[in-house]
Design a protein around this ligand. Structure first.
Ligand SMILES: Nc1nc2c(c(=O)[nH]1)N[C@H]1C(S)=C(S)[C@@H](COP(=O)(O)OP(=O)(O)OC[C@H]3O[C@@H](n4cnc5c(=O)[nH]c(N)nc54)[C@H](O)[C@@H]3O)O[C@H]1N2
Ligand SMILES: Nc1nc2c(c(=O)[nH]1)N[C@H]1C(S)=C(S)[C@@H](COP(=O)(O)OP(=O)(O)OC[C@H]3O[C@@H](n4cnc5c(=O)[nH]c(N)nc54)[C@H](O)[C@@H]3O)O[C@H]1N2
Ligand code: SF4
Ligand SMILES: [Mo]
Length: 702
């Protein structure tokens, strides 16, 4: 065997590790970390290291299918494409462009997002383009826009080794971003950096914490306000300096009067002295790096949580200098590329907004269309798309690289909505999935290593993932599927492409002069070397490790905004009938809805079933023993898992992993989303996945 090694980038989380993929005779043989890569230097984590069987796993889609007489049957590509084009056109003619919606994942390639946006926003005339970024990073994005004026994460991974304090909130990076966790743990070990973890659960990450603030779920804003209160009270804030680069200090100080640590202690359940100690640790730090994740974003206070955290690094001058700053890690490998190229219903390509007339004009000019073609009102968020399916306002739903039947909250309601679609196109690599089972058309896609395109990581680094092997059967790259459907709908002139590289060469021009400028990037450059951090405006530009180092933010007065944010409780109330808060999260062995990792024997065997973590006191009260099957019920439905009795969780809180759908019979449940509340943060429209009122009981049927 002569293994050929190919440079690529990881298709799982958003850290962007450089990987080497070994192939022989058209088969993937081994996947390893790339030595010398600035992100991971040879490290690789559980998911990609075990992913070789994913390429030959059972259930790979190899042929398009159309549902006829209730059954999905194989058809040719020509049939599938002309069927879709005709149905889309009919629905648009009868019900208008707003009756069509695309929802994609956040692991699509940048080129794919660009084509979806061009098809929907420029050609069909609907802003109904969404992605799992809505479920993942929409609140971080909105947090940045409101505080610093742009969705532009300013810090970089080199800051990790320069920091003396890590503030890690709602982020279980030991499980969700292991290569990052390793760098943080090493920096602690080597440089003596301190670690503060804020998490209602004693997580794998809190194992390295010097201070673990084990707050009640949903109470971060109260905590952050109290930390800011102590910082101001104890003279850790140079107010004159702060006013140079941030507005709003006086209003913030007024609000913070209401948040002494004693009050935050009552709300969060954390001892007052621990809150004071944490604030002093922040105040004494010379370089604090802040991380936050879904413990923040999966909340009806998500954007406020982000803003109140931003207040902390602004008050302490911990940003945009080596070792200090907000380092927002994205969940999936191209979440940032997705946001920057317009993958949400309020965005346009190149970090632009649908509602901004100047942005619409720039994009209309670029696409050579009249500005009137671009709708001035944001399209539906994904939850609102499902509402639209229920009411009949949305008739066609096209799911690309995502599994909404399993990943959206309140499964029963989601399924009812999806089943009302006249046209439900599911473009995936596997069948069955919870969503493909409901499809009226299934399209077989090529996956990572079988297609080519770019990903942008959490530190704004752009990388190329190239085709190494052929996809199975008739599966096609997502880009090609998109341009074939666009052409069949009559948009031949707008979609003349024959390769993703041509798409990239076009899309990079729309980023010119923006903070996501890619004009210095070519596929050739990415093949030869590690990709640069954006913006990278010219061929000889080395890339931009840190943003806003001149402390000039893209806001009217050039200053960032200190925003006074009041704490309010999560939407659902705990009562006698539903006395527990359910929080959901991730495991090392599976990725999101497990369509890929559930088919990899080693990963499946390590974590074959869902579990429910219950505090020993609550377990005793409810007569539940370790290993029992437990029913977890909310007003929306019921799910099950094996009891793990553990004081990792607080009394009154139960925890479940998110991964366990059931493609064959989804309502026969192990899926957390069967019980999760489908409410969202009004500012980001991101669902509250981490706070649902539930009850538990021992199950007598398995
Ligand atoms: N192995 C693996 N890695 C993954 C993924 C995967 O599925 N598997 N998915 C990827 C994706 S898409 C994402 S978005 C990331 C997510 O990565 P993370 O956000 O790190 O993961 P979660 O487990 O969803 O949630 C993180 C923590 O939030 C805590 N939490 C819950 N409620 C609150 C609260 O009110 N406040 C605070 N401060 N914390 C709270 C939970 O206890 C949990 O420990 O992981 C990525 N990486
Ligand atoms: N209760 C609860 N629910 C949650 C969360 C939570 O913490 N709690 N987390 C939320 C978050 S942060 C996220 S990001 C979402 C994720 O939700 P989803 O985006 O629905 O999750 P995935 O399982 O990653 O779905 C990806 C799908 O794309 C397919 N696929 C993989 N590669 C390709 C490809 O190259 N082309 C095509 N066409 N298909 C491909 C896979 O087989 C899979 O079906 O879940 C959200 N749901
Ligand atoms: S840390 Fe994230 S990017 Fe790195 S190898 Fe693991 S899943 Fe891939
Ligand atoms: Mo995510």
């Amino acid at each position: 065997m002569t293994i050929q090694w190919h440079k690529t980038t990881c298709p799982y989380c958003g850290f962007g590790c450089g990987l080497m993929v070994g192939a022989d005779k058209g088969k993937i043989i081994e996947i390893k970390g790339m030595e010398g890569h600035p992100v991971n230097n040879g490290m690789i984590c559980t998911l990609p290291a075990n992913s070789v069987p994913m390429f030959t796993a059972e259930g790979r889609l190899a042929k398009p299918m159309i549902r006829r007489n209730g059954k999905l049957s194989p058809v040719t590509w020509e049939e599938a494409i002309s069927h879709i084009a005709a149905q889309l056109k009919k629905i648009i003619e009868t019900h208008g462009p707003g009756a069509v919606a695309i929802h994609s994942g956040a692991t699509c390639m940048t080129e794919e997002y660009y084509l979806m946006n061009k098809l929907m926003k420029a050609s069909i005339g609907s802003n109904n383009v969404e992605s799992s970024t809505r479920l993942c990073m929409a609140s971080s994005a909105m947090g940045f826009v409101s505080t610093i004026g742009a969705d532009a994460p300013p810090a970089c991974y080199d800051d990790i080794e320069m920091a003396d304090l890590f503030f890690i909130a709602g982020n279980n990076m030991a499980v969700s971003v292991p290569a990052l966790f390793m760098r943080v743990a090493q920096a602690k070990e080597k440089n003596g950096a301190k670690v503060i973890v804020v998490d209602p659960r004693r997580s794998e990450t809190s194992a390295i914490a010097d201070i673990h603030l084990q707050i009640r779920p949903g109470t971060d804003v109260a905590l952050n306000n109290a930390l800011a209160h102590v910082l101001l009270r104890e003279g850790f804030v140079n107010e004159e300096k702060v006013e140079e680069y941030a507005s709003g200090l006086a209003d913030l100080k007024e609000l913070l009067k209401m948040y002494p640590p004693s009050k935050a202690s009552e709300i969060t359940g954390c001892p007052e002295q621990l809150i004071i100690d944490a604030a002093r640790t922040i105040g004494r730090s010379k370089a604090m790096l802040t991380f936050w994740f879904q413990g923040y974003n999966h909340s009806t206070q998500a954007v406020f949580k982000n803003n109140s955290l931003h207040n902390l690094w602004l008050l302490t001058n911990n940003f945009c200098r080596p070792g200090a700053g907000p380092l927002s890690i994205t969940g999936e490998c191209n979440a940032l590329g997705c946001r920057w190229i317009g993958g949400l219903s309020h965005l346009l390509p190149g970090m632009r907004m649908v509602a901004n007339p100047q942005h619409r004009q720039e994009v209309a000019d670029f696409w050579g269309i009249s500005i009137d073609k671009l709708q001035p009102i944001p399209g539906r968020s994904v939850i609102d798309m499902i509402k639209g399916l229920h009411t009949g306002d949305v008739r066609a739903f096209w799911s690309i690289t995502t599994n909404p039947a399993a990943s959206l909250p309140n499964t029963k309601w989601i399924l009812e909505g999806l089943m009302k679609a006249e046209l439900l196109i599911v473009q995936d690599i596997f069948h069955p999935t919870e969503t493909s089972n409901l499809a009226t058309v299934v399209l077989p896609a090529a996956q990572w290593c079988e297609k080519t395109g770019t990903f942008v990581s959490s530190e704004r680094r752009i990388e190329l993932a190239e085709k190494i092997i052929d996809p199975p059967g008739e599966a096609k790259p997502d880009c090609e599927i998109l341009w074939l459907i666009a052409r069949a709908m009559g948009f031949e002139r707008q979609f003349p492409y024959s390769s993703p590289e041509e798409v990239f060469e076009e899309l990079k021009k729309i980023t010119k002069g923006r903070l996501c400028d890619m004009n210095g990037v070519t596929y050739e450059r990415l093949r030869k070397k590690v990709g640069p951090q954006l913006p990278c405006p010219e061929a000889n530009h080395p890339g931009t490790p840190r943003l806003f180092t001149n402390r000039n933010f893209p806001r009217a007065d050039g200053r960032a905004a200190l925003l006074p944010r009041e704490y309010s409780a999560s939407k659902e109330t705990i009562d006698k009938e539903y006395p527990f808060v359910l929080i959901t999260g991730r495991q090392q062995w599976h990725f999101n809805t497990r369509t890929r990792t559930g088919r990899i024997p080693k990963l499946h065997q390590n974590a074959p079933d869902n579990f429910v973590e219950i505090h020993p006191h609550d377990a005793a009260n409810f007569n539940i023993n370790a290993g029992d099957t437990v029913e977890v019920a909310s007003s929306r439905g019921m799910t099950k898992g094996i009891a793990h009795i553990s004081d990792r969780v607080l009394r009154g809180t139960v925890y479940m992993p998110i991964h366990y759908g059931n493609a064959i019979n989804i309502e026969d449940g192990r899926l957390a989303n069967l019980v999760i509340n489908n409410v969202y943060d009004i500012h980001s429209k991101q669902p509250e996945y981490k706070f649902s009122a539930v009850t538990i009981k021992k199950s007598y049927s398995c």
